[in-house]
Design a protein around this ligand. Sequence first.
Ligand code: TYC
Length: 99
Amino acid sequence: GGDSVVLERVPLKVKPPQMYQVVMLNDDYTPMEFVVVVIQEFFGKDRETATQIMLKIHLDGKGVCGVYSRDVASTKVDQVMDAAREAGHPLQCVSEPVE
Ligand code: TYC
């Protein structure tokens, strides 16, 4: 038959997702040890790295604990805030778009 079919390659419109930093904030009351354990538990850092991040936050006022997709970053913030509330500490944590 004379029917013809043309298959074209259509470029896939995919872009890497916007990434979000989870930023932890310093305060005067949350124990250093609690912050170190939280960073280990929820951000998968070893004790030495977690301690460095905690000290950076303590000295600079804030610090990045990890970079994730929006949903994962939001979940990390919730986990940290829930653990802090449960322990009675004022520790605060936010997520913000990278760049
Ligand atoms: N500044 C707190 C203290 O001296 C320690 C601390 C570090 C608190 C990091 C919060 O995100 C934080 N006990």
